[in-house]
Design a protein around this ligand. Structure first.
Ligand code: ATP
Length: 352
């Protein structure tokens, strides 16, 4: 049985249905991200798990216990928010020990725990500082320590990195994951940043208009998107129109080029399908094993450093591809005629 089990969760605010039949089973120690655009319902699900919001229907169980109707302080859950939300008039040590003090723990136990937490977050020696004397990244570490001090069963993180600078975000991302692994704490992390979700998570839930479109490992979400929304929201994607010649046998035509996909295709009213492909699966020129070859003209070249992103016009469509930067070779030139190649295995046909 899953450690955290969310069943048929629904939430409406008045007439607005913001969470629809949300189901998720999270294992003990797992790190799961909710990824989706603003307003898709991520925070609302998180707040229902925390107990700050009451579900319209459905249930939430932690370690077999039905917590759906328990108050937040009865659930033993730790939470970190986007805004640092530290008590400004309390020192770092007092902030971290706050929950333990409220719970009436003895002084010595609180002091020990605060010292352990300061070590865990890499800030020993800062215990007497006040929040205004800390950087944003340090404040979020203290918020994390405060959430973890009472040894919660579940850790909920609501966009905890979004107010921080890019570099600190990346460092803290790694630190959070290390701490989470060390403690083995079951964690839900809400973000609208796909890189954060893909790089940190055991599994990602991609949410769209209140629905979990897909639940999978970062690898599955990126390489086998279940819906067009997932494919477009996560990573860069080319969408190319194709005509279906034989849906059952998987035969299509991209422009004039016949392509055998060797898989059954959805039958569409207009005889067209959309093919999706990632820029890194397309090569400039012919390449062994990349058996679908198309001709086009380079429309744009973007030098990004380690890779060069090239946009090629193929008939009426544009295909973006990534090619590695090679300091000894001239970069591709806008206007030149090229061939591009891709393996038929990397052409995804998308539902919805
Ligand atoms: P963001 O990334 O912007 O925080 P989100 O995916 O976390 O977005 P939610 O905060 O869960 O989205 O909001 C989902 C929808 O529910 C939004 O349309 C929001 O306006 C609405 N909503 C959230 N809380 C309430 C409330 N208390 N009353 C009415 N509508 C609400």
């Amino acid at each position: 049985m899953a450690f955290l089990d969310i069943n048929h969760l629904e939430k409406s605010f008045g007439a607005v249905h913001v969470v629809k039949d949300f189901n998720l089973a999270i294992d003990k120690g797992e790190f799961v991200s909710f990824l989706g655009p603003s307003g898709c319902g991520k925070t609302t699900v998180l707040r229902m798990v925390a107990g700050f919001e009451t579900p319209s229907s459905g249930s939430i169980r932690i370690n077999g216990q039905d917590v759906t109707n328990l108050r937040p302080n009865q659930r033993n859950i730790g939470m970190v928010f986007q805004a640092y939300a530290l008590f400004p008039n309390l020192t770092v040590a007092q902030n971290i020990g706050f929950g333990l003090r409220v719970a009436g723990k003895p002084r010595a136990e609180i002091d020990d725990r605060v010292a352990d937490m300061l070590k865990l977050i890499g800030l020993p020696g800062l215990d007497e500082r006040y929040p205004f004397q800390l950087s944003g990244g340090q404040q979020q570490r203290v918020a994390l320590a405060r959430a973890l001090a009472a040894k919660p069963r579940v850790l909920l993180l609501d966009e905890p990195l979004s107010a921080l600078d890019a570099k600190i975000r990346v460092n803290l991302r790694e630190e959070i994951r290390l701490i989470q692994r060390e403690l083995g704490i079951t964690t839900i992390f809400v973000t609208h940043d796909q890189e954060e979700a893909l790089s940190m998570s055991d599994r990602v839930v991609v949410m769209h208009q209140g629905i979990a479109d897909q639940v999978g490992t970062p690898f599955e979400i990126y390489n086998r998107p279940a819906t067009r929304f997932v494919a477009q929201f996560v990573g860069t994607l080319n969408l190319i129109g194709a005509s279906v010649i034989d849906a059952k046998a998987g035969k299509i035509k991209v422009g004039d080029v016949p392509v055998a996909l060797n898989r059954a295709l959805p039958i569409t009213a207009d005889g067209k399908v959309s093919l999706a492909l990632r820029p890194e699966t397309v090569s400039l020129g012919r390449h062994e094993g990349r058996n679908v070859v198309l001709s086009g003209r380079i429309a744009e070249v973007h030098f990004l450093g380690s890779v060069i992103r090239v946009r090629v016009q193929v008939g009426g469509e544009f295909v973006s591809l990534d090619t590695f930067n090679r300091p000894d070779a001239p970069p591709p030139e806008v206007g030149s005629t090229v061939q591009i190649s891709v393996s038929e295995r990397d052409l995804l046909t998308l539902a919805a």
